[in-house]
Design a protein around this ligand. Sequence first.
Ligand SMILES: [Fe+2]
Length: 243
Amino acid sequence: MISFFKKNNPSSNYFPISTDMHSHILPGIDDGSPNVETSIQLVKGLIELGLQRSIATPHVISDVYRNTPETILNALALLRAALQEQQINYRVDAAAEYMMDAAFFEKIERQEPLLCIKDKTILTEFSFGSIPENPKQMSFAILTSGYSPILAHPERYTYFQGNHKYYHLLNDLGFQLQVNLLSFTGHYGAGAEKAAKYIVKNKLCRYLGTDLHHQRHLESLKNGRNVFEALLAGEQWNNFLGE
Ligand SMILES: [Fe+2]
């Protein structure tokens, strides 16, 4: 299995990952970077943090961000061209963050090709507004179509924060859990921080990502140095990295 985690963390580099598999750094197609100039600034910030590669994951949400493989790959081409022009050596690939709404399951049913993080693995998210009615049916539809779902930031959905048993259930249903690094710093509140630590402690976290949208996230990631260092020094975290 390809690992997105650093196996060996040099003491000079406190950042827990070298590949970021969740971000909104592609220009102009969702609520992340609005233009190529901003995208370049975000990439420069990621390089400073010690990252070597990003898999950008623009939102695909019906009626809000109607992205398609075409809109996403066009934005990727724009960013790659600008990076090359400015001689910035950083690898950017693209997938998507699929909202599991009706339009998504229609795509699944029609067997439309989806943009993958790797192999047939896709990044998915639930609505923040209300608890998903039937996650079992959702994972079943995705798995039987040949894809494997990663669930973005399970720690951030407030309806799961009151009952951490949900994380075991989601994992058992086949959702690979991806935690946002900023959740450990308290950036999204105490509930998300507690849930993120629970997910890691219980060895349910399969991926870490920045979910970088804008400069403020970048600043928070830089300011999280002490938190990330403490996590990396912890026994539980080391076990988790060794998986
Ligand atoms: Fe995201």
